[in-house]
Design a protein around this ligand. Structure first.
Ligand code: ZN
Length: 257
């Protein structure tokens, strides 16, 4: 899967180091390897974008290293591949030694995996599933200000799935823990890989069942029911949270206008 890059190779270049990637002029480099001084580097092809290969080159630190967040503005499909690149780079970096026997490992030639030279254990990149859910109560939606982003934005509830838990159980538990509310009629909407650092967001819509809002102050600063035509500051377009809020607003409109 790895190959040595020649200066005539072309495509998109994910130059990743310690969870950052090279973003000259704030964008993902695109074009011939020779233009970016990449000839002779070992690279891994991790996908295609607009008919051109997407390459991962690891362990090079350059000026203008940035976060994969900055690629969201470029295009959501490219953001997804950049997220894959950074996550794979982190996977290889954090799996140099076997967790069972401590021996060195080497990358598989056939799949994204690390293999132990001694006990033959095989490791794959781990993905952490999380749930995100919009809760509707008649013409209102439950929105909350989270302690982890203090930017005035009100958004839907979210949290990680625990070991041995279904997505449905995770939604019920997270909503109860964070807001004290019980939900019903859960419906799956969409999913989005979210490389901060290695999540997969699964997005749902639900209806309010019962209970008064009681916030968990460790998770939330504030939460309340907001009428669909009188909403506070929302997360930016392009996020799955915003999509859930807009879908809920559309449902409210069709029932109340
Ligand atoms: Zn081992």
């Amino acid at each position: 899967m790895h190959r040595i890059i020649e200066s005539s190779d072309h495509g998109w270049w994910i130059i990743s180091h310690e969870q950052k990637l090279w973003l000259p002029a704030g964008e993902l480099p695109h074009g011939r390897a020779g233009n970016f001084d990449l000839a002779g580097q070992s690279a891994l092809k991790i996908g295609e974008w607009e008919g051109e290969p997407v390459w991962l080159v690891r362990q090079i630190r350059r000026q203008d290293m940035g976060s994969v967040r900055q690629v969201i503005d470029q295009d959501v499909g490219l953001f997804q591949l950049a997220g894959r690149g950074v996550q794979l780079a982190e996977f290889y970096r954090s799996h140099k030694f076997c967790g069972y026997c401590g021996h060195t490992m080497h990358p598989s030639k056939t799949e994204w995996a690390m293999l132990c030279d001694n006990c033959r254990e095989r490791y794959y990149p781990q993905i952490a599933p999380c749930i995100i859910v919009a809760i509707r109560n008649q013409d209102k939606i439950l929105l909350a200000q989270h302690t982890r982003h203090r930017n005035g934005i009100y958004t839907v509830l979210a949290g990680f799935v625990e070991v041995g838990e279904t997505l449905e159980q995770a939604v019920a538990r997270e909503v109860m823990e964070e807001s004290g509310v019980k939900v019903k009629n859960l419906r799956y909407v969409t999913s989005q890989p979210w490389p901060f650092p290695q999540s997969l967001m699964t997005a749902f819509m639900a209806e309010y069942d019962s209970g008064d809002i009681v916030i968990d102050p460790k998770e939330l600063i504030d939460a309340g029911w907001y009428r669909y035509d009188d909403l506070p500051l929302l997360p930016p377009p392009g996020t799955v949270a915003r999509r859930l809020i807009e879908d809920t607003v559309a449902l409210c409109r069709s029932d109340f206008e």
